[in-house]
Design a binder for this molecule. Structure first.
Ligand code: NAD
Length: 359
């Protein structure tokens, strides 16, 4: 698989908070880099804002006033409401939509994109596989669109990236011919990229940390303090590592120390929307769905659905007790447990049952 030597065309499939922030970066880089086509298309799920189409607002004002207000997009980023029209000429397809919409969009795009196109998924979450497992979103892209798909995950809260505050990110890409091109279109002075070949582990870190963030939000809501929150984060990390060891063996431990691992976990457990809504879930007594609607202005919450998808698989495999934190968080989100029960669930965590030297 190889990309064209010049005039590489990029389409950003998605225009939410992160989609818009990444379109800003990609638009600037495409205009600057000699081997890229200046014009970057951005698929926008159309909606009306004060009687006007969001695509028209973006193309006239160069700002996504709903999902990334206060940040100008470069004028070479063109909003397109039809996903087929937006993606048909692209050599690089950057997928950045809430994960529940990927199958529907892929079905529309199938057979209408370049057969030589390459995907890069920024989507955090899983798909439920037939027969009781989970499927990685990058694998769904490959399976449904017949293109290879790398991933990008990291400690990247969209508003801070859009503010051009320094951070790092991780690209997981096995194809070392494609990886440098993906890095070039993403990297800036303030957004530094590390490429690793451990694609699956990078993606799984990005999905699972949203579950742990719900746990962090619960302990914040319960006012249990920083030590308890650190325990949630550490045990969450151990369950993330175990999950990869059990279900996707062969990953490198070092991948968990990249931005996609520990760094994303920490930032999400302090700053992300899953933490914020989960804290309000405890303090307000309202349902997760109600809070998502009230607090996120159309943005989607990934943690509770990811917890449900993971639980679907753990339950099927009889492994819920091996992942007590993930399991408890799912049960709290569904109302089967009270938020305070998260502590009982981790008091006798398998990590506390180790004897010296035994694993
Ligand atoms: N926001 C962040 O800080 C951040 C950072 C890293 C990764 N991510 C991940 O990026 C992905 C996209 O998140 P986001 O923050 O850009 O989105 P978002 O939650 O801000 O916005 C939701 C988006 O979904 C669109 N949408 C609604 N209904 C739709 C439908 N039926 N079909 C297609 N699109 C529809 C909306 O128009 C909007 O663009 C998620 O997987 C998220 O976990 C987000």
């Amino acid at each position: 698989m190889s990309l064209p030597a010049d005039n590489i065309k990029v389409c950003v499939v998605g225009s939410g908070n992160w989609g818009s922030a990444i379109a800003k970066i990609v638009g600037h880089n495409a205009a600057k880099l000699p081997n890229f086509c200046d014009r970057v298309t951005m698929y926008v799920y159309e909606e009306m804002i004060d009687g006007k189409k969001l695509t028209e607002i973006i193309n006239e004002q160069h700002e996504n006033v709903k999902y990334l207000p206060g940040h100008k997009l470069p004028p070479n980023v063109v909003a397109v409401p039809d996903v087929v029209e937006a993606s048909k000429d692209a050599d690089i397809l950057i997928f950045v939509i809430p994960h529940q919409f990927i199958r529907g969009l892929a079905a529309q795009m199938l057979g209408k994109i370049k057969t030589t196109a390459v995907g890069l998924s920024l989507i955090k979450g899983f798909d439920v596989a037939e027969g009781g497992g989970i499927a990685l979103i990058s694998h769904i892209v490959t399976k449904h669109l017949n293109i290879p798909c790398a991933v990008l995950m990291g400690a990247n809260l969209a508003n801070e990236v859009a503010d051009e505050k320094f951070c790092e990110t991780t690209i997981g890409c096995k194809d070392m011919k494609i990886a440098p091109v993906l890095r070039d279109i993403i990297q800036t002075e303030y957004f530094r990229v590390v490429v690793v070949d451990d694609e699956d582990a990078v993606e799984i870190c990005g999905a699972l940390k949203n579950i742990v963030a719900c746990g962090a939000g619960f302990v914040d809501g319960l006012k249990l303090g920083d030590n308890t929150k650190a325990a949630i984060i550490r045990l969450g990390l151990m369950e993330m590592i175990k999950f990869v060891e059990v279900f996707y063996p062969g990953a490198k431990l070092s991948t968990f120390f990249e931005s996609c691992g520990v760094a994303d976990l920490i930032t999400t457990c302090y700053g992300g929307r899953n933490r914020k809504v989960s804290e309000a879930f405890v303090t307000s007594g309202k349902s997760i769905k109600q809070l998502e609607d009230e607090m996120l202005n159309g943005q989607k919450l990934q943690g509770p659905i990811t917890a449900e998808e993971v639980n679907f698989m753990l339950k099927n495999k009889g492994m819920e007790d091996k992942f007590p934190l993930f399991t408890a968080i799912h049960r709290i989100c569904t109302g089967a447990l009270k938020p305070k029960d998260v502590i009982d669930a981790i008091r006798t965590h398998p990590e506390h049952m180790q004897t010296f030297g035994a694993k």
